[in-house]
Design a protein around this ligand. Sequence first.
Ligand SMILES: C[S@@+](CC[C@H](N)C(=O)[O-])C[C@H]1O[C@@H](n2cnc3c(N)ncnc32)[C@H](O)[C@@H]1O
Length: 298
Amino acid sequence: MDAPSAVRKYSEPEYAKPDQQKTNSPYWRAKIDKYLIPETQRLLDEYSNIPLEKQSYHVHKIRDQAWAIRSYPCTGLGMWLDPFLPHSPSYQTILQRLRDGARLIEIGCFLGNDLCRLAFDGAPTDNMYGVDIVNHWDVSFAMYRDRGRFKAQFIQANLLSNLDESPALKELQGTVDIIYVSAVLHQWDWKGQVEAAKRVAAFTRAPSREGCKAMIVGYQVEMLRQRKWSMKRHRYPCGGILQRPLQSSGEQVGAETGTTWKTESRLRSYEEMGWDPADFAWLEPGDMALDFVVTRIR
Ligand SMILES: C[S@@+](CC[C@H](N)C(=O)[O-])C[C@H]1O[C@@H](n2cnc3c(N)ncnc32)[C@H](O)[C@@H]1O
């Protein structure tokens, strides 16, 4: 028989003690060490100066701070510890372009994990921006211990907001070389995704005479089986959203922006993304991640 809760002994350390709110969530796990992978351990050790033996405690504490702000699945499950951008085929190009002075924005940046990784890999951060509707920036400084040397600017704003209400976003229109947007666009239905894609596209700089072309890089989770509310997403996943409408004058994005794009994308299983499929039992089986690199041609 279970001991009364007041005297029940938990095997988990203090930080991982479950509470009602967390254990009720399908996407919260007491322990997220499986996503504390060697490349993240190295980042925390060498960039943040947190020795290996203290890292598990550290990331669980940070996870709970972030969870207290918003209970996103990737926060509760710990996937935010497993970087996406360094595994994009565009990563070395992005690093080089940043070293050459390019400007980068991450939309829906959360802790800006991959921005810190770029910094660790040698990219300057003074021409980086993180945009998010919710502010996790102090939690990010607590995670990476880089306040004072990490210069990326955080802008708290809704991507879909009226630009007159967000002067900081307005100023960046047409000035950005690289946009990173991961696990954000899939929250909207087709109409919302087209609107969001147009907003994302509007940040990009027009191709230069020297041949520098703006890029939009990221991923979103795709539902491969038709379901009532995801049918359009199923047919035109993000790569399609950023390509098909932009290339067809009859479609909304292309018609309204007059731009042309080249889309490269690949569908990856959760295992290929480095995620434990058991953590996605709350989604439909067979869903995958669509990893994309979209380049502005005109
Ligand atoms: C699932 S999290 C992904 C975070 C991060 N990009 C990653 O891959 O780990 C989605 C992020 O997008 C932000 N977000 C959602 N809607 C937004 C909007 N309309 N404008 C700006 N940020 C938004 C959320 O606050 C959250 O930080």
